[in-house]
Design a protein around this ligand. Structure first.
Ligand code: SF4
Length: 455
């Protein structure tokens, strides 16, 4: 039996999917099952947006910020429209665009009737098209299995099997229980199994995870860690993945990495002469000396989880940071030539207008140390500390509205702080101030790998 691993549309076709590379390496190391891969998200974008693929693959030559801003704005608006039109088709039980063509690509890669197609569904934006593909494959009597953080009940019902992790999938495929201590889990990943030259960027940027999950896990709004057990992947495995890829640019996609671990990574990376970027919490242990060591090992960009410029809100978020330390980290980072990209979240429950403006002032005061701002509005997620203890955040009512394909939509009411409408208005009226701070085109927030291409 063989297994075809599929990455479905829609998400940004910026880099090869880490989940497929990881699953393929794991199955090949622990079984005799042959795997093949298909990044259907990339295939959809190649067929539909080839003009933009060409532009993004060449944007570095004679780079013009204005041109980039215009082209990527156009691309973003167009993709948003196409994605939502197609999602709506799935909701209405109609075929999304290119379904026959993409299904044919799957069928072409399947050799035997008993072969399986496994979908890795990482983002909820992939849920709609996945559902359409699964239903279509069923008509051809092809068995499908699903896994990934964005798998929901609708998808589980449509697919033949659903797995929480790669070990469950392995046991299903081999039809025997595995002894966990005998599993090979430190295999290097091979990204050359993808058509790296086809992604929408000037030079490939390889996504690598260095740990199983975030070790901090205390932020009250977050579910990213999914209560998984924290463990660090061996440095030698990461090194071999880098060497095997034959590439020079890497995005460590962990939600955050500890200082101790960062320094070990830097020691391993320095002789490899590569460029890298990562996401971190701006804590005071990341001092100038540490950041200098990281910069010397090739760290070019950090995406910092700053979230707010108000200390009461940071405390309520349990971010483990404060504005004074955050400002110092950004200053030190800038001093050693690291580009600072900031995640900022407005509208945390109980946030007042004054506290909203504190964030705007914080960003303005630190503008010389900021290269790009990525803003979002707070959204209540299931199973977060806020969802479980709403009273502590002055949340008086939580409403869940059923949706056709996605999980229920969660809305809430608070007894204090800004209303959703006020947050929207304040964001709109301060948009121009934030945009002026950006040194990179704002649109690069949709293609963060492009930042590394430019550094
Ligand atoms: S927001 Fe980031 S640092 Fe905080 S718990 Fe989530 S993943 Fe960890």
């Amino acid at each position: 039996m063989e297994i075809l691993l599929v990455y479905p549309p829609f998400c940004t076709p910026a880099s090869p999917p880490y989940s497929l590379a990881n699953l393929s390496a794991f199955l090949e190391a622990n079984s005799t099952i042959e795997t093949s891969l298909l990044d259907l998200n990339l295939e959809f974008h190649k067929l539909k947006f080839s003009k933009y693929q060409q532009y993004f693959q060449n944007f570095k030559k004679n780079y013009s910020q204005e041109e980039y801003e215009n082209v990527s704005k156009e691309y973003h608006q167009l993709t948003k429209k196409i994605y939502s039109e197609n999602n709506l088709k799935v909701v209405k039980n109609k075929d999304p665009e290119l379904l026959t063509k993409l299904t044919a690509q799957i069928i072409k890669q399947i050799k035997n009737k008993e072969d399986l197609v496994a979908f890795s569904i990482v983002y909820s934006s992939q849920a709609f098209y996945s559902l359409a593909l699964i239903k279509e494959l069923k008509k051809h009597n092809i068995k499908t299995v699903v896994g990934g953080p964005a798998v929901n009940d609708k998808i589980k019902q449509a697919a033949d099997e659903c797995f929480d992790n790669e070990v469950e999938l392995l046991e299903y495929l081999t039809k025997k229980k595995t002894s966990h201590d005998k599993l090979i889990c430190n295999q290097a990943l091979d990204f050359n199994i993808f058509q790296l030259k086809d992604y929408f960027l000037a030079k490939p940027v390889i996504p690598i995870k260095t740990t199983s999950t975030c070790f901090y896990r205390r932020c009250t709004f977050c579910t990213h860690h999914q209560n998984k057990k924290y463990h660090e992947f061996p440095l030698e495995q990461i090194k071999q993945t880098i060497i095997t890829s034959k590439q020079k640019q890497f995005f460590f996609i962990d939600d955050m990495i500890s200082k101790k671990r960062l320094l070990k990574l830097a020691e391993m990376l320095k002789p490899l002469n590569v460029s890298w970027m990562c996401q971190l919490r701006p804590t005071k242990d990341l001092d100038e000396k540490t950041l200098k060591t990281l910069a010397e090992s090739g760290l070019k960009i950090v995406i910092w989880g700053v979230e707010s410029g108000n200390d009461r809100i940071l405390k309520l978020m349990q971010k483990g940071t404060n504005t004074k330390d955050v400002a110092k980290v950004l200053t030190d980072s800038k001093k050693v030539n690291i580009k600072n990209v900031l995640y900022v979240m407005f509208g945390f429950p109980t946030e007042t207008k004054e506290e909203f403006l504190d964030t705007i002032n914080f960003l303005t005061e630190n503008k010389n140390n900021i290269d790009l701002i990525s803003t979002s509005t707070f959204g209540l997620q299931k199973d977060t500390p806020i969802y479980n203890e709403p009273k502590q955040f002055n949340i008086t009512k939580i409403t869940e509205t059923k949706r056709t394909v996605l999980e229920a939509k969660i809305s809430y009411q608070t007894s204090s702080g800004l209303t959703q409408k006020e947050i929207k208005q304040l964001k709109k009226s301060h948009k121009h101030i934030l945009e002026k701070i950006n040194k990179f085109p704002k649109e690069m927030n949709f293609f963060r790998e492009h930042l590394l291409n430019l550094c």
